[in-house]
Design a binder for this molecule. Structure first.
Ligand SMILES: Cc1cc2nc3c(=O)[nH]c(=O)nc-3n(C[C@H](O)[C@H](O)[C@H](O)COP(=O)(O)OP(=O)(O)OC[C@H]3O[C@@H](n4cnc5c(N)ncnc54)[C@H](O)[C@@H]3O)c2cc1C
Length: 394
């Protein structure tokens, strides 16, 4: 019998507890960011079916839906945010490829992706000059260009901050194909493999948290990509994002909510055994109220992101475009409040690295900025609200 949704979520929870948690602190503490990434974890995730879980059975996956994917990603985030991101990127891009790629592209890329236990996926949109501009969006051109030549395109330029940038084998890469029309109207999404001549990795960023995932610069210097690697239509790359990425924001929310859940568990455990002021901390009313507030925020953020993840698979009846921005804003703000409260409840113990709380604080900070800075996403959602109000008023 094919595994059900609860089975794969259980697999993720066990994988997190048994494979990731025992090594996460030691990997996180390594000074060189490249050493924080673990191929052993990726291979174990492949063996457990987690790397390919969103692929349909036809391509060797479990065919899980977006709601189940969000649950898987949260379980991984509970163990370690970086590991959750490494796999969430891969799971969501695999999901996108199945929907946006032509049959020829699917048959060319997906069997290889499924067969190689180290095959990770990445998406390169952000560049030093353009990031919030593509979320809001502002009519700038991408500085990364693709120039038409016989049988293909030549890429030049640079992306940065790209999750899995230095460890992926296949990339969705956005480049300007129609100069002067702005990045939304004039860019194309390319499938770029590594190695490809003219494509190299620049700096691997040294991050304050989420260290078990690597982020890197992608450098393109006269890199030829064949016509058959255009994903979707030329100069309509953003349709790939808007049509096929609806659950992406919910997955980011789920990853960081995993950190919040881990912090909450630590708070309950600590306050139940720390005795001060003639009682266990949990028996003091102000502390108990903190715990209840954390629980309320986490449950609310989880309900919101799961609603969005479910709606992403039922877009005709349940989707609302603000769901593509706001669940991550809420979950990351919740996570930030929960981890800083957890730090406070641990007192001086929390500040000591040995307690492991400071890692949760550093990790939670990542998603205030990743997958769109929170203010940028609020502005993006506000555009939809304004558009709706105008239509209703018209
Ligand atoms: C851990 C991590 C992983 C990432 N992974 C990827 C990835 O895999 N692929 C990828 O393509 N990108 C990735 N990114 C990039 C990420 O999406 C961008 O960092 C994010 O969009 C913010 O861009 P920025 O840092 O350049 O901020 P900026 O755009 O410079 O914004 C700085 C501040 O100004 C505000 N601001 C910007 N524009 C406006 C405006 N018009 N009005 C009002 N306020 C504004 C922002 O909200 C923010 O507060 C990642 C980033 C991080 C941190």
């Amino acid at each position: 019998m094919a595994p059900g949704a609860d089975d794969i979520v259980d697999v993720a929870a066990r994988f997190g507890a048994e494979v990731v948690v025992p090594v996460a602190a030691e990997l996180d503490a390594r000074p060189n960011p490249e050493d924080c990434f673990s191929w052993e974890i990726v291979e174990a995730a492949s063996a457990a079916g987690l790397r390919t879980a969103t692929l349909s059975a036809e391509y060797g996956g479990a065919g899980i839906d977006s709601l189940t994917t969000a649950r898987v990603v949260e379980e991984l985030g509970r163990a370690d945010l970086g590991v959750s991101v490494v796999l969430a990127q891969t799971l969501k891009i695999a999901q996108t490829l199945q929907q946006a790629a032509s049959l020829e592209q699917r048959d060319r890329f997906l069997p290889r992706f499924a067969a190689d236990p180290r095959c990770l996926l990445a998406i390169g949109i952000t560049e030093p000059e353009n990031s919030s501009n593509y979320f809001i969006p502002y009519p700038e051109d991408f500085r990364t260009t693709a120039t038409k030549v016989p049988h293909g395109w030549v890429l030049n330029g640079k992306k940065h901050f790209i999750s899995n940038g230095n460890v992926a084998s296949l990339y969705l890469l956005f480049a300007q194909t129609d100069p002067g029309r702005g990045l939304v109207e004039g860019s194309t999404c390319f499938l770029v493999e590594r190695p490809t001549e003219g494509f190299s990795i620049g700096k691997v960023h040294d991050k304050m948290g989420e260290r078990l995932a690597n982020n890197a610069e992608l450098l393109f210097d006269d890199c030829f990509v064949p016509d058959e690697n255009v994903l979707g239509e030329v100069s309509r790359g953003f349709e790939v994002l808007t049509t096929f990425f609806p659950a992406s924001n919910a997955y980011a929310a789920a990853s960081v909510l995993g950190v919040a859940s881990a912090a909450y568990d630590r708070s309950v455990e600590w306050t139940s055994k720390r005795y001060q002021g003639g009682a266990y901390l949990i028996e003091h009313d102000s502390v108990a109220a903190d715990l209840a507030r954390m629980r309320m925020l986490i449950d609310a953020a989880r309900a919101y992101l799961r609603q969005a993840a479910r709606a992403a698979d039922h877009r005709d009846t349940e989707w609302d475009p603000t769901m593509g921005s706001l669940p991550k804003v809420f979950a990351s703000e919740v996570a930030w409040e929960v981890v800083t409260t957890t730090l406070s409840l641990h007192g001086g113990h929390g500040y000591m690295k040995e307690a492991g709380i400071e890692k949760l604080v550093r990790d939670a900070a990542a998603f205030l900025h990743s997958d769109g800075a929170n203010r940028t996403l609020l502005l993006k959602a506000a555009r939809f609200i304004r558009d709706d109000a105008r239509q209703e008023g018209a």
